[in-house]
Design a protein around this ligand. Structure first.
Ligand SMILES: NC(=O)c1ccc[n+]([C@@H]2O[C@H](COP(=O)([O-])OP(=O)(O)OC[C@H]3O[C@@H](n4cnc5c(N)ncnc54)[C@H](O)[C@@H]3O)[C@@H](O)[C@H]2O)c1
Length: 280
């Protein structure tokens, strides 16, 4: 049994995208759900693939925590309304919402199709809008709540993912606007901007081998700390913002990125050049 620090003891959380793409490591939503449960929250684990969320529930239950799985397509309003209803029915209320669903897609404005653009906005922004739309009234009715949106440093620095970056930028703008609109209702709204972390989703889009290892090393070396980051780093940050320790923090975007936003690329050149390139 894991000892509980109780940072969110007695609270009820919804985590969207609480499963994880299959593979080694852990996704940000899964890690956040596990951390929240360790810290005393009861968690509704929402995912398009309920079998993924069931794995998260198994991990939570193995540690003595409480979680339920809810299958939903969070791009759909009816699913979001039902999701909030399920949390209230299972656990009595909603105190915390973690908007975690997202997926990067490469492309410039020239080669991104209208369909790509709409899909990126549906997955990365509409999900957060709809989940919040049905959660905020529950929080407002009790005068308390905390929402954490999982954004990305792609919203803050160019990386060739125009639709994803624009959608994540929209998520940061939505964070600030919601923090304004719902502050007087006792609802805090913050974002986390993960950097070059390695999650199963990242691993799944590259062939295993020297090239993937090279990219992994570059992801570490690009940061000031020179160490790898993962889903847990995002989970701890999100859980902090979700809980009452952050009671006077709202409207912020917390980068979790080993300091890549604090340096000019030129300064990192010696570290990056030192990594041997295995070739294509
Ligand atoms: N992995 C990274 O390097 C990285 C970097 C920056 C930001 N992020 C952000 O972190 C978040 C999670 O990334 P991850 O790598 O852990 O991803 P992941 O694919 O492992 O987890 C996302 C989960 O969301 C679920 N999901 C997708 N669409 C859904 C929908 N419509 N309805 C319900 N569930 C749905 C998936 O089934 C999956 O289990 C995303 O918002 C991503 O943009 C990741």
């Amino acid at each position: 049994m894991v000892e509980r620090a109780g940072r969110v003891e007695g609270k009820v959380a919804i985590v969207t995208g609480a499963g994880s793409t299959p593979g080694p490591g852990i996704g940000t939503g899964k890690a956040t759900a596990v951390v929240l449960a360790r810290e005393g929250a009861r968690v509704l684990l929402v995912d398009l693939h309920p079998e993924r969320a069931a794995q998260t529930r198994a991990m939570i239950e193995a540690e003595g925590g409480t979680a339920e799985v809810f299958a939903a397509d969070v791009t759909r309003a009816a699913d979001c309304e039902a999701m909030v209803g399920a949390a209230v029915e299972a656990f009595g209320t909603v105190d915390i919402l973690i908007n975690n669903i997202g997926r990067a897609s490469l492309g410039t404005v020239v080669d991104t199709t209208e369909e790509d653009w709409d899909r990126a906005f549906a997955i990365n922004l509409r999900t957060a809008f709809l989940a919040a739309k049905y959660t905020v009234p529950v929080m407002a009715a009790k005068g308390a709540g905390s929402i954490v949106n999982i954004a990305s440093i792609s919203a803050l620095r160019g990386d060739g993912t125009v639709a994803y970056s624009a959608a994540k930028g929209g998520l940061i703008a939505m964070t600030v606007d919601m923090a304004y609109s719902h502050g007087r209702q006792g609802i805090r709204v913050n974002a986390v901007a993960p950097g070059h972390i390695t999650t199963p989703m990242v691993v799944s889009v590259s062939q295993p081998g020297p090239r993937a290892e090279f990219m992994n090393t570059l992801r570490s070396e690009a940061g000031l700390l020179g160490t790898p980051g993962d889903g847990w780093d995002v989970g701890w940050a999100a859980a902090f913002l979700a809980g009452d320790e952050a009671r006077w923090i709202t409207g912020v975007t917390l980068p979790v990125e080993s300091g890549v936003l604090s340096v000019t690329p030129l300064m990192m050149a010696p570290h990056l050049r030192a990594v041997p390139d295995p070739g294509e």
